[in-house]
Design a protein around this ligand. Structure first.
Ligand code: ATP
Length: 650
C-alpha cells in the first residue's frame, strides 16, 4: 500500500449512524475525563508536552480530514499554522484587538489564504498537489522571515496571555484546559463530517472521482472546501501556539512543522480523526525524546537534524504499520470480539474483520432464478416520446484516431435505446462525451433542453443524467449500502457545515432506507453491509446499477451492465430494465450481447469505427446489411449468407 492510499477501513463511511454516535459520545466523554485529570497528575515536563500535543492536535485533525478523507496530500500545512499564529499575534500586538477577535482573525486569515491558493492548486492532483503545497510552505516561511511587518527573523512578541473571565491563563495546566474544549469540539465536528453526506462524498471522490462526479458530486468544489476547512484547523492551532509561546517567529512556518503534522496523521492512521489526536501526543513525545537523543548520538547536532529522526520514524511506520495506530486498534478490537464469540455490531466491521483475518471474500452467491424486481422511483421530466437527449455531430479525435466521427441521434423519453457496435467502435467514448467525462472535439449534447457537452459530469448528473461504467467504479472505502447511498447524493442537500454539526440525521436515515430498499429489490439486501470489494464481480456490477438507480435518474446510461453477470442476474436485470422503461425511465444501453439488446431496446443505434452506420427499430437494424458486415467483417452478400447458415444451425 502506498503512503497515501487509504486503508479501506479507515474513514469508513458508515451508514449505521447511531452506534457510531454512541461510540463517539463514549470516546469523547472518556477523553474529557482524562483531560480533566491530566493537570493534577502530570509532571511539569509532561504537562508541557501535553499542552503542545493539544495545540498540534488541531492542525492534525484538519490534515487528517484532508489526507485521509479527501485523499489530498498537503506538505505545507505549516503555512496555514503560521498564518494563524502571525495574524493572531499581529492583531493582538500591533492592533491591540481583544483576544477572541484576534483569534477569529487568525483562523479566518488561514482559511482565506487556503481558499485563495486552493482555487488554482486543487485543480492539481496527487504528487503535483503535494509539491504545490510544499512550495507554498516555503513561500510563507521566506515571506515572514523577510517582511518588516512580520518582524523578520525576530518575529512578533510582547502581547499578553489569554484571560478567561478575568483569570489569566498563565500556567500549563490552565492552558491545557483552555485548549482542550476546542480540541474536543474539533474532534466531534470532524467525526460528524466523516459520517455526513459531504464526508461520504469526499471519501467517494477519493475512491473514484469519475463515479462520484457522475452521481452529482462537484469534486473540485468539495476539495476546495475541505482544504479550506483543514487550513481553519491549522490556523486555530497557530492561534493557540502564539498564545503559548508568546513569540511568533519564522520557525513556526518551517518545513519540519509540516513534517511533524504529516507524521502525526500517518502514525495515527490516515483518515482516522482519533488517530490524529493520538498521533499528536506521540509525535510531541517523540520530538522531546529526539531533542535529547540526537545530540547524544551526533555531537553538536542542531534542531534540523531532528528531521532525520522524523524521517526514520515515518519510513518505519509506512513499512511496518501502514494503517497506523488506527489499524492496530481496529484489528485488535476485531480479534477480541471474535475471541469473545460475539458478532460485531455492524456487518461492515464484520466483513472487514473477516477479510483482514483471512483475506477471503464472504459474499453469498448470486441468485439463480429471477423474480419480477420491484421498480425504484424514477424521474420523468418529459412526456414519453419527447427528445430527452439530442446528440448532434459528436466527434472525438485522439491525434490521428477518430474514435467517434460526426455521430448524431436523438433519444426519446421513456424508451430504451441500444447502442451497439464491435470492439473499438466508439460506444464508451460516446458515453463519455454525453456524460461530460471527456469533451468532444466538435458537436453538441443537449440533455433536457440544455447543452451539456464539455461540462463536468456532475452538471448533467445533478439534472438526472446518470451512468454506470464498463470498468467497475465501486467506492471501495465503504460498504455496499454506502455505495448505493452515494447514489442519493443529488437528492440530498446537507453540505459540510450541516454535516459537521450533525444536523442531517433524518435525511441520512431516509436515504439509507431507500438505498437498502433498492438493494433488496435487486436481491442484494443480504450483502448490503459487506465491503463493496468483497462482492463477486457480477454482484458489484448489480450494485453499481442499484447505485445509479438510487439517484432517481431521468436518463440512465448503462455501459455493458450484463458483462460478468450470471444467467439469473441477466434475466433479473433485463426484467428490471423493461419495468423501468414501463415506469417512464429513459435508458441508453451499451451491450455486447446483441440479442439481449435487440430484445430489450425500442430503437438501436449501431456504431462501427466511430461512424453511426444504422439507427432504427431492432428488426430493421438486425436486417441492415451494413450492420451485418460490421459484425461479421465480410461483404454484405456473403454476410447474409453466413447469417442464414448460422440461423439454420441454431
Ligand atoms: P469496447 O466495446 O471494446 O469497449 P468501444 O466501442 O467502447 O469498445 P471505445 O472504447 O469508445 O470503443 O474506443 C473507440 C476507439 O477510440 C478505439 O479505437 C480506442 O482505441 C480509441 N480510444 C479511446 N480512448 C482513447 C484515448 N484516450 N486515446 C486514444 N485513443 C482512444
Amino acid at each position: 500500500m502506498s503512503l497515501f492510499s487509504k486503508d479501506p477501513g479507515s474513514v469508513r463511511s458508515k451508514t449505521g449512524f447511531w452506534p457510531n454516535n454512541r461510540g463517539t459520545i463514549i470516546g469523547v466523554s472518556v477523553l474529557a475525563v482524562v483531560i480533566l485529570i491530566v493537570p493534577f497528575t502530570a509532571s511539569s515536563s509532561l504537562m508541557n508536552i501535553a499542552v503542545f500535543s493539544m495545540i498540534f492536535a488541531l492542525p492534525a485533525i484538519g490534515l487528517s480530514l484532508l489526507m485521509g478523507l479527501a485523499g489530498q496530500v498537503s506538505l505545507g500545512q505549516a503555512a496555514f499554522f503560521a498564518i494563524g499564529a502571525y495574524t493572531h499575534a499581529i492583531l493582538l500586538q500591533k492592533f491591540e484587538m481583544p483576544g477572541p477577535v484576534a483569534a477569529v482573525g487568525g483562523v479566518v486569515a488561514a482559511m482565506l489564504a487556503a481558499l485563495l491558493v486552493g482555487l488554482p492548486m486543487l485543480r492539481l492532483r496527487g504528487h503535483y498537489l503535494a509539491l504545490a503545497t510544499l512550495g507554498l510552505g516555503f513561500i510563507v516561511m521566506i515571506a515572514v522571515r523577510e517582511w518588516e511587518f512580520t518582524g523578520r527573523t525576530t518575529g512578533i512578541y510582547g502581547y499578553g496571555r489569554p484571560e478567561v473571565f478575568g483569570i489569566p491563563i498563565d500556567n500549563n495546566g490552565l492552558f491545557f484546559w483552555f485548549v482542550a474544549p476546542f480540541v474536543l469540539i474539533g474532534l466531534v465536528l470532524a467525526l460528524n463530517l466523516t459520517r455526513s453526506r459531504a464526508g461520504r462524498a469526499l471519501s467517494a471522490v477519493n475512491d473514484s472521482e469519475l463515479a462520484a462526479e457522475s452521481l452529482g458530486v462537484n469534486t473540485y468544489a468539495l476539495r476546495v472546501k475541505v482544504f479550506t476547512l483543514s487550513a481553519g484547523f491549522a490556523g486555530l492551532g497557530g492561534v493557540f501556539y502564539a498564545y503559548q509561546v508568546q513569540i511568533v517567529s519564522p520557525q513556526v512556518a518551517e518545513f519540519h512543522v509540516s513534517v511533524e503534522l504529516l507524521l502525526m496523521v500517518v502514525i495515527g492512521g490516515l483518515g482516522s480523526v482519533w488517530g490524529a489526536i493520538a498521533g499528536a501526543f506521540i509525535v510531541e513525545l517523540l520530538s522531546e525524546g529526539l531533542r535529547d537523543l540526537i545530540p547524544a548520538i551526533i555531537p553538536g547536532a542542531t534542531g534540523e537534524v531532528q528531521l532525520i529522526g522524523y524521517g526514520l520514524v515515518l519510513i518505519l511506520v509506512i513499512i511496518l504499520l501502514p494503517g497506523g495506530l488506527y489499524q492496530v486498534v481496529r484489528t485488535s478490537w476485531a480479534a477480541i470480539r471474535r475471541r469473545m464469540g460475539s458478532r460485531p455490531a455492524d456487518a461492515g466491521a464484520e466483513a472487514d474483520a473477516a477479510s483482514e483475518a483471512s483475506g477471503a471474500a464472504s459474499a453469498p452467491d448470486a441468485p439463480d432464478a429471477p423474480d419480477a424486481p420491484r421498480v425504484p422511483a424514477v424521474s420523468t421530466p418529459m412526456a414519453a416520446g419527447e427528445p430527452i437527449l439530442e446528440v448532434i455531430g459528436l466527434t472525438k479525435r485522439y491525434g490521428g484516431v477518430v474514435a467517434v466521427d460526426d455521430v448524431s441521434f436523438t433519444v426519446p423519453a421513456g424508451r430504451i435505446m441500444g447502442l451497439i457496435g464491435p470492439n473499438g467502435a466508439g460506444k464508451t467514448t460516446c458515453f463519455n462525451m454525453i456524460t461530460g467525462a471527456i469533451s468532444p472535439t466538435t458537436g453538441t449534447v443537449t440533455f433536457l433542453g440544455e447543452e451539456v457537452q464539455g461540462r463536468k459530469p456532475h452538471v448533467g448528473a445533478v439534472r438526472g443524467l446518470t451512468r454506470t461504467f464498463q470498468n467497475l467504479q465501486s467506492f471501495s472505502s465503504t460498504d455496499v449500502v454506502g455505495n448505493v447511498y452515494m447514489g442519493r447524493y443529488r437528492k440530498g442537500r446537507a453540505g459540510i457545515i450541516r454535516g459537521m454539526l450533525g444536523l442531517q440525521g433524518r435525511e441520512q436515515y431516509r436515504h439509507e432506507e431507500i438505498a437498502r430498499d433498492i438493494l433488496d429489490s435487486m436481491r442484494l439486501g443480504d450483502v448490503a453491509d459487506l465491503a463493496a470489494g468483497d462482492l463477486p464481480f457480477g454482484r458489484q456490477r448489480m450494485m453499481e446499477v442499484c447505485r445509479a438507480l438510487a439517484s432517481e435518474p431521468a436518463l440512465l446510461l448503462l455501459d455493458e451492465p450484463m458483462a460478468g453477470l450470471s444467467g439469473g442476474e441477466r434475466e433479473l436485470l433485463a426484467a428490471l430494465l423493461r419495468a423501468l422503461r414501463d415506469a417512464g425511465l429513459t435508458i441508453v444501453l451499451v451491450e455486447h450481447d446483441v440479442e439481449q439488446v435487440l430484445s430489450l431496446a425500442d430503437t438501436v443505434a449501431v456504431l462501427d469505427d466511430g461512424v453511426l452506420i444504422a439507427h432504427g427499430e431492432p428488426e430493421a437494424v438486425r436486417a441492415d446489411s451494413a450492420v451485418i458486415v460490421a459484425y461479421l467483417g465480410t461483404d454484405a452478400e456473403e454476410a447474409e449468407h453466413e447469417l442464414k447458415e448460422l440461423e439454420e444451425h441454431a
